[in-house]
Design a protein around this ligand. Structure first.
Ligand code: NIG
Ligand code: FE
Length: 412
């Protein structure tokens, strides 16, 4: 059977190819192909170009063209979509003036979700995670990082990571798991925060490794979570175990970004509290800053200094942080568009932050760009000008989604 199929013609195709890996990007730098076609070979892209030219080279056609703008499938580098229980009560308290930390100190916050997630069966978590992933996939997100972090003991952290792994069999989206056992010290742990981190290193991470449940770890550095000294111990030990590192850094208070730089983490995520000094520090490293506008919107606080981060020459990436507490919305494209208008990001910068600049944060080099050899992950919006995508602030629904060469969302 011939695995080749030609898709198109599409009004516009945004390849996201040949953009600088770091620093500002102008819209003029976007490579746009009009009346474009994509030749797909199984799960991969074989050729990209003028539909007419591609058609003259191959007799195989699948008629899916139309007034569409096509771009790479979106990549969400930061989510917590495996959870049980609602935090609507937390949200209501925040609206009446409580802070995130106050709510946590009163038994709400992350610990509340931990108690609900521990009670949930693995099957239940599989269903919830797959359902969240399907919502994201239908919105064009074809690769999703998913953190544990609501188990916070060996049994429940492994249950979460197994649920994430099984959930990936129920969605076409690729789920990339991260162990966030170092989210907070759980309320029932008898010992210091440092002793809890030692427990993670000695008891949880060896099983994560031997059962091949995640190749990445994350730690939350802030008041109410872990401090710098604790973070340094944990990151060194996790790095020595060959885990890839990411950090919840500088969210409410400065802390964590320096550790991300010190240990060569793939990313430092949040950065709402980051100062000019922090921006200079990360700009002098290869750590990618990840802005999480969903947490700013969910908490009603300021955004990460995305414009300054780009101007200083970093590669700005944007994630959804979808979680039941600080970022209950999901909706990566909407959030990225909102960050863009407040931070004055060009459309190219916003789109790069959720495609080509996002893939390396997950250690992936086979997606985020539409070019030969890449995974055939792409999405089509019902418009003939790519600018409509950001202009509509995420409100134009994705019409079609292809994942690994297979159409998983169809306009009908
Ligand atoms: O990225 N800040 C720490 N962790 C999550 C929130 C998790 C939660 O509130 O359940 C975040 O914002
Ligand atoms: Fe987060």
């Amino acid at each position: 059977m011939n695995k080749l199929k030609l898709l198109g013609p599409f009004s516009q195709l945004l390849t996201m190819e040949e953009l600088p890996a770091k620093g500002p990007v102008s819209d003029e730098q976007l490579q746009i192909i009009s009346n474009a076609g994509i030749l797909v070979n199984g799960e991969f892209i074989e050729a990209v170009g003028s539909y007419r030219e591609l058609k003259s080279l191959t007799p195989v056609t699948e008629d899916t063209g139309g007034i569409y703008t096509v771009m790479p499938g979106l990549i969400d580098v930061h989510s917590h979509i495996c959870w049980a229980g609602s935090r609507a009560g937390d949200y209501a308290r925040r609206l009446s003036g409580w802070s995130y930390l106050q709510i946590a100190e009163e038994g709400g916050g992350i610990w509340y979700t931990v108690t609900k997630t521990r009670q949930a069966s693995e099957e239940m978590l599989v269903q919830i995670t797959a359902a969240h992933a399907e919502i994201m996939l239908m919105e064009g997100v074809t690769t999703i990082e998913v953190k544990s972090g609501y188990g916070l003991n060996k049994e429940s952290e492994l249950k979460m990571l197994k649920a994430i792994s099984i959930a990936s069999e129920f969605t076409s989206a690729d789920l990339i798991p991260t162990c966030l056992a170092a989210h907070i010290k759980p309320g029932d742990f008898e010992g210091t925060a440092m002793e809890y981190l030692v427990y993670i290193i000695n008891e949880i991470l060896p099983s994560v490794k031997s059962e091949n449940l995640a190749r990445r770890v994350d730690i939350y550095i802030d008041k109410g979570a872990f401090n710098e000294e604790e973070g340094r111990y944990f990151m060194k030990a996790a790095r020595d175990m060959n885990f890839e590192l990411s950090v919840h850094a500088d969210q409410f208070n400065i802390g964590g970004l320096n550790l991300a730089v010190e240990f060569g983490a793939l990313s430092a995520d949040h950065l709402e509290a980051t100062t000019d000094e922090g921006i200079r520090m990360i700009a002098a490293s290869n750590v990618a800053p990840v802005a999480l506008p969903g947490a700013s919107i969910g908490l009603g606080t300021g955004f990460a200094p995305a414009r300054k981060l780009l101007n200083q020459g970093t590669t700005l990436v944007i994630g959804s942080d979808w979680n039941p507490g600080s970022a209950p919305m999901g909706k990566l494209l909407l959030q990225a568009s909102i960050l863009g208008v407040y931070e004055k990001l060009t459309m190219a910068e916003t789109l790069a932050a959720i495609t080509c600049r996002a893939a390396p944060v997950l250690g992936l080099s086979d997606r985020g760009i539409i070019k030969p050899g890449m995974m055939a992950d792409f999405i089509a919006f019902p418009c003939s000008d790519y600018r409509e995508i950001i202009y509509s602030q995420g409100a134009i629904p994705v019409a079609e989604v292809w994942k690994r060469g297979r159409r998983v969302r169809n306009k009908e």
